[in-house]
Design a protein around this ligand. Sequence first.
Ligand code: FAD
Length: 373
Amino acid sequence: MEHYDYLIVGAGLYGAVFAQEAGKAGKRVLVIDKRAQIAGNVYTKEVEGIQVHQYGAHIFHTNDRTVWDYVNRFAEFNRFTNAPVANFRGELYSLPFNMYTFNKMWNVVTPEEAAAEIERQRSAAGITEPKNLEEQAIRLVGTDIYEKLIKGYTEKQWGRPCTELPAFIIKRLPVRFTFDNNYFNALYQGIPKDGYTALVENLLGDTELRLNTDYLSDRERWNAMADRVLYTGAVDAYFGYRLGTLEYRSVRFETETLDIPNFQGNAAVNYTDRETPWTRIIEHKWFTFGKDREGRELPKTVISREYSSEWKPGDEPYYPVNDEKNGTLYQSYRALAEKEERVLFGGRLGEYRYYDMDQVIAAALERSRAELG
Ligand code: FAD
């Protein structure tokens, strides 16, 4: 039977970065993934010349120069800047809240006028000790922005009225008194021109790979094949859910190809009213400015409607739930994980935490250094 230094469970970003580094260090590596394709949740699939983000829109953004240089060795990035638009019952507003938003909402022209209007609405509401999310949001940005741009969207995301959500969910609401629609405050931002799947393909290089292969259904066999295991699947699943199930928030996507060149003129439009059932629509072609790799205009378009949905065991896990119950349960699983001598746990599922892509890459690089020297 073949033998490896490392068995890597999961061909997502964490596993692929570790595989790249282990290969470079001269280790024999086998990567397995239970899915039929590589790249985990950053998987993109080409449809009508468009890179479609199958598990939700992914925009690469980072302040970490080392990570930015690292990913640029494996993919060419474009200059995409995330500038979402809000649609409130057909009225369109710029996000994040900035001078374009305030001009559209109140016809104000100067930053001073905008700040004065927000202040007027905040003090008119007279909230000092917010009892729920609604009061907290009004205390921070006044009634108009709350009613049109926060309320409906937040209620759809959480499936509950804002008056029943705790105030602490919103700590701050960034308000910009500049004409700046750039959603992320990051030094570096962009989208891989050939999609994220190609990025992960390049990270994996010639690493041996087996897809459609579930580690947990035959773990004895896989363990016997390698000295060490890097596991990037769900930590509670690894332990057979013996302490309980970690919870997630989920998203459902409805994707369709349309025989028109332009559906909404922007990559992301958030629907901030309560009545529209979806939270946002992604139009994938705008991540590459409506063009293919050779710069040709794309005749069709692909859109994904996103719906917030309750997660139940068996559903695709998306966002870890950041509450005490799940935090405590994770700590118990982590204590078990630390006792597994040959197994390393990493990534968003292995560590039950929300990682942006740059963070997951930085974490995998750090782990590689600690492990491989
Ligand atoms: P994953 O990509 O989940 O990879 C884990 C892999 O392990 C999967 O391929 C899975 O099939 C495999 N696996 C699990 N169990 C087993 C098993 N038993 N046997 C074999 N294989 C197994 N980040 C950004 O920086 N910008 C964004 O815009 C952004 N948008 C996001 C949008 C959404 C909706 C979500 C949920 C996340 C977003 N992220 C974004 C975060 C990004 O998706 C993660 O940082 C990244 O996917 C984490 O990589 P990973 O390798 O840890 O996990």
